[in-house]
Design a protein around this ligand. Structure first.
Ligand code: AMP
Length: 184
């Protein structure tokens, strides 16, 4: 049983670490960014609505994200645990998640904050080569992270369920430290 939330700037390695832990615990890795990219690729109604926000490095409006997360967490395969990657992304989403978890009778175990310096992030993302990874968009996504998502670190720190991990190392070392900190 594991319920974890990953925080950290774009390019911190959230996706990589979330995938490793999802495999370890046998629970779904739920990446809102991945769900949205699939919607864009399939040109669904949602995809058409979110594309321009994603291309510009803006957050997609909460109204388009919250229902999606509610439905995904209610799926059968998420009943015994999940690893959230990319959600919540602002205080409103974090409050929504609190209420949703109360509604469905679940609690998260830990929030993992992956810390990486800005220059490392830009360097990593420029080499990743995703469509929303041009330098201007990357810097904008970082700014959006600092303004909207970083306040969640204090939000969760107050509950003493936050573990901070230096993400500026190879993925195996980061994974080993996370497992140690969450007693896995
Ligand atoms: P990610 O793969 O998590 O970096 O997400 C890629 C893009 O998807 C972000 O830059 C946002 O435009 C959008 N996105 C992903 N998750 C969220 C979220 N929880 N709230 C709003 N927008 C999101």
């Amino acid at each position: 049983m594991a319920r974890l939330i990953f925080l950290g700037p774009p390019g911190a390695g959230k996706g990589t670490q979330a995938a490793i832990l999802a495999q370890l615990f046998g629970v779904p890795h739920i990446s809102t960014g991945e769900i949205l990219r699939t919607a864009v690729a399939n040109e669904t109604e949602l995809g058409l609505k979110v594309k321009s926000y994603m291309d510009e490095g803006e957050l997609v409006p909460d109204s388009l994200i919250l229902d999606l997360v509610r439905e995904r967490l209610k799926d059968q395969d998420a009943g015994s645990g999940w690893i959230l990657d990319g959600f919540p992304r602002n205080v409103a989403q974090a409050n929504f998640l609190d209420h949703l978890l109360t509604d469905i009778g679940q609690v998260y175990d830990y929030v993992v904050d992956l810390e990486v310096a800005d220059d490392t992030i830009v360097d990593r993302l420029l080499h990743r080569g995703r469509k929303d990874d041009t330098e201007t968009v990357i810097r904008h996504r970082l700014q959006v992270y600092r303004e909207q998502t970083e306040p969640l670190i204090d939000f969760y720190r107050q509950r003493e369920q936050l573990v901070a991990v230096n993400g500026d190392r190879n993925p195996e070392s980061v994974a080993t430290e996370i497992k140690h900190l969450i007693h896995a």
